[in-house]
Design a protein around this ligand. Structure first.
Ligand code: SAH
Length: 345
């Protein structure tokens, strides 16, 4: 039997092509696409003739992940451990913010980037996710919470720009007005700083919000905690960020994990302010400070409150707004990577 095709990864044009190849009218593509993107099975596609539904069932598969485990926080955050068709596990998190319900999704099973403080990369990369597996996380979370999702952050397990084509395809699918219709302005992609990927994304014409995991203000410190910096050092990364802003008009956010004794001194703060201003010129930037989550295999300790306050003040003097990330779901260990690790032996 021929392999079933992954229909939830298909654009409307690709579904049309398939329909044409089996002698069905093209206009059905939009109907099928809309059903698929509202989380329905082939049997539920009531305006599609039964014969076509049967034909689809024989040839295609809807690859949405299944819920393996679920943890609900007092603050409404829900953390999911999800199982993919081949048994791989990933994580997704549902969060309620004032600006809307947000899902944090994974882009890869594991991660090849090797950041020293991060749990997701401890066992390397197993495989990249398909567009359907990214989309499926949002559909599964909407179905389970019975709440509409308005924002997506690609800040779960994996490096989205290491899985570039599937990420961009997912972004186009999830923002399609005939599908989930989540506006590109409500989606942010977080990257550890793969410069060619940032440049390519800049030229896609999508205006996606970019979040950069910076975590240090000098190359020596950054390379010691983020191996990617050896390939794309800070100056090159920030120049690419400026060009991204210049072309798309989208403000860039910088993630900065506060690790005691590693990157949190006043000298680090001064240098961060200086390096951001030098490369980002007068463009608006925002720094998110995230006290490091202790990963038991890693041994990093979070900065104390007074250190974080001082860091924020130093950046403010340079006209750079920095805020400490509000941490949701801290009672259920909602930050990514650790749950998957505890299951994958
Ligand atoms: N690979 C992408 C997407 C992952 S996003 C990226 O690097 O941006 C996950 C965010 O959480 C990143 O900013 C990452 O650096 C940060 N992070 C990873 N481990 C962490 C930890 N132990 N404590 C705090 N933040 C962490």
């Amino acid at each position: 039997m021929a392999e079933l095709f992954d229909i939830l990864s298909c654009s409307k044009a690709e579904i049309e092509q398939y329909l044409t190849s089996v002698g069905e009218p093209k206009y059905r593509a939009k109907q099928i696409f809309t059903w698929l993107h509202s989380g329905k099975s082939f049997d539920e596609m009531t305006n599609v003739p039964k014969s076509l539904r049967e034909q689809l069932k024989e040839n295609a598969i809807i690859r949405a992940p299944e819920i393996e485990e679920k943890y609900v926080s007092r603050d409404g955050t829900v953390k999911y451990l999800l199982r993919l068709f081949d048994g791989e596990l990933i994580e997704a998190v549902f969060m309620k913010y004032n600006h809307g319900n947000t899902v944090c999704i994974s882009s890869e099973a594991g991660c090849p980037m090797g950041c020293k403080f991060c749990a997701s990369t401890l066992k390397g990369l197993t495989r990249k996710l398909t567009p359907s597996e990214m989309l499926g996380q949002v559909l599964t979370v909407e179905k389970d919470t019975k709440q509409r999702v308005s924002n997506i952050v690609m800040m779960g397990i994996g490096e989205p720009l290491d899985n570039y084509d599937n990420t961009v395809k997912f972004l186009r699918l999830v923002s399609d007005p005939d599908g989930m219709n989540i506006g590109l302005r409500h989606i942010s992609v977080s990257t550890c700083g793969i410069v060619p990927g940032i440049n390519k994304l800049r030229d896609e014409g999508m205006g996606i919000t970019l979040s950069i995991s910076l975590h240090a203000s000098d190359d020596e410190t950054r390379s010691s905690i983020m191996p990617v910096n050896k390939k794309y050092p800070i100056a090159e990364l920030l120049d690419a960020c400026y060009e991204y802003f210049d072309k798309t008009g989208r403000r860039i956010s910088f993630e900065y994990t506060m690790i005691k004794g590693v990157n949190d001194s006043p000298v680090h703060a001064e240098r961060l302010g200086a390096v951001l201003r030098r490369h980002m010129k007068s463009s608006p930037v925002h720094v998110n400070l995230i006290p490091v989550n202790t990963v038991k295999e890693r041994g990093f300790v979070r900065s104390d409150e007074a250190t974080i306050v001082r860091f924020i003040e130093i950046l403010a003097k340079r006209g750079i707004t920095a805020t400490k990330r509000r941490s949701l779901g801290s009672d259920i260990n909602a930050s990514c990577g650790q749950l998957r690790n505890s299951k994958n032996h």
